[in-house]
Design a binder for this molecule. Structure first.
Ligand code: ZN
Length: 196
C-alpha cells in the first residue's frame, strides 16, 4: 500500500458534535458519511416517537452514528492504555482499529424511520396487578408488521446497503477501500468482515 493510499485512513476531517465536541474522522469515514445511504440517517429520528413526550429528544441516527464512532475511538484508546499497563502483549492492529471504527459508524445503517416502533418485536411487559405477589410476573408481548432492519435473511436492506455495489454507493466505497486495506495493511486482521 502506497503512502498516498494510506492517507485515506488518517484522521483529518473535523465534525462538531453537541455531545462529544470535536470529532476527527478519516477520509474513508468522511466519504462513507457523504453517501446517499448514510445521509438518509440524518433525516431519520434516533428515538422514534419519544420526542412527542420529551420534545428535545430529537437527534438523528446520523449524528448518533458519528458519536458512536467517537466512543469507539475512546474505548480502543483506553483498552490500549490498560493493556500496556497490565503488560499484555495483545495489540489492536491499525487495520482492526479502522474496521472497528467503521463498524461503529455503520452500526445503524439499515435503520428505517420508526423502525423500533413498526418492526416485529417480542418483549416482556410487567403484569400490572394490585396483588404484590404478582409484581414480578412478566407477560410476553409481540407487535409490528415489518421484519427487523438487521435481519439479513428476511429483510435484505442491510445486505443491499453494505454488499451490493450495483445498488449502493456505500457498498462500492467499502469494498474498494477495505479490500485494499485488508490485502495490504494487515493480512492477519482478527475482525470478521464479510462482503457478499
Ligand atoms: Zn445505534
Amino acid at each position: 500500500m502506497t503512502q498516498k493510499e494510506l492517507e485515506v485512513f488518517k484522521d483529518k476531517h473535523k465534525f462538531q458534535d453537541d455531545v462529544w465536541g470535536q470529532i476527527i474522522l478519516n477520509d474513508l469515514e468522511h466519504d462513507v458519511i457523504d453517501t446517499p445511504e448514510f445521509q438518509r440517517l440524518f433525516r431519520t429520528s434516533q428515538l422514534g416517537f419519544v420526542d412527542l413526550v420529551y420534545q428535545t429528544a430529537n437527534h438523528t441516527r446520523g449524528v448518533h452514528s458519528i458519536g458512536a464512532c467517537r466512543a469507539t475511538q475512546l474505548l480502543m484508546k483506553h483498552l490500549a492504555d490498560n493493556m500496556a499497563c497490565s503488560g499484555s502483549t495483545i495489540k489492536i492492529s491499525p487495520a482492526e482499529k479502522i474496521l472497528i471504527r467503521l463498524g461503529a459508524l455503520l452500526h445503524d445503517i439499515s435503520h428505517v424511520p420508526l423502525s423500533h416502533d413498526i418492526e416485529k418485536k417480542t418483549h416482556k411487559i410487567f403484569y400490572n396487578s394490585n396483588n404484590s405477589n404478582d409484581s414480578t410476573l412478566k407477560i410476553k408481548s409481540h407487535y409490528g408488521h415489518y421484519h427487523k432492519h438487521d435481519d439479513c435473511e428476511k429483510n435484505p436492506l442491510l445486505y443491499i446497503l453494505l454488499c451490493n455495489e450495483n445498488k449502493s454507493t456505500l457498498a462500492g466505497i467499502c469494498q474498494w477501500k477495505l479490500d485494499t486495506l485488508l490485502n495490504n495493511l494487515d493480512s492477519k486482521c482478527r475482525v470478521d468482515i464479510c462482503f457478499g
